[in-house]
Design a protein around this ligand. Structure first.
Ligand SMILES: [Zn+2]
Length: 144
């Protein structure tokens, strides 16, 4: 199902050039704001707003997708902890924020939303380098 008023359904968000991987039921993209390095979003392919709108099999698959990307990000960014956030207040279409929290994190006890900062929008060449690093680790993880 597609919602024509939804930014995720109409593919105006996330940016296509931030694409990391097709996970089957969902797709992973590097988040625009890289203040927290490696911040990634996993977006459900079809429109649904609540986990209980998914079938049990879809929910399990989505958790597998989230888990795979989290493991990859932990490895690529040598993260101390991974944060998982499913909010949907601004964009109800199910999407997970997967956020590596590093040892030099400016506010390790706070959720990222409570850390005031200017978004870090990295140049496309740098973003592509980051995306390639994540993709390489993803392929190693998936096909190991
Ligand atoms: Zn949608």
């Amino acid at each position: 199902m597609i919602d024509p008023s939804c930014k995720a359904c109409t593919k105006t968000w996330p940016r296509a050039d931030h694409f990391i991987a097709d996970l089957g039921l969902s797709k992973a993209y590097l988040h625009d704001d890289q203040f927290f390095p490696g911040w990634t979003v996993i977006v459900l392919r079809h429109h649904a707003t609540e986990l209980f709108h998914l079938t049990s099999a879809e929910r399990m698959q989505l958790m597998e997708d989230v888990t795979t990307i989290a493991r990859v990000l932990l490895q690529v960014y040598d993260a101390k902890k991974i944060n998982y956030e499913l909010l949907g207040n601004q964009l109800p279409h199910i999407h997970w924020h997967i956020i590596p929290r590093l040892t030099n994190d400016p506010a390790p006890l706070e959720p990222v939303w409570r850390v005031p900062h200017e978004p870090i929008l990295r140049p496309q060449s740098e973003l592509q380098g980051e995306i390639r690093r994540i993709q390489d680790a993803f392929h190693t993880e998936r096909y190991a």
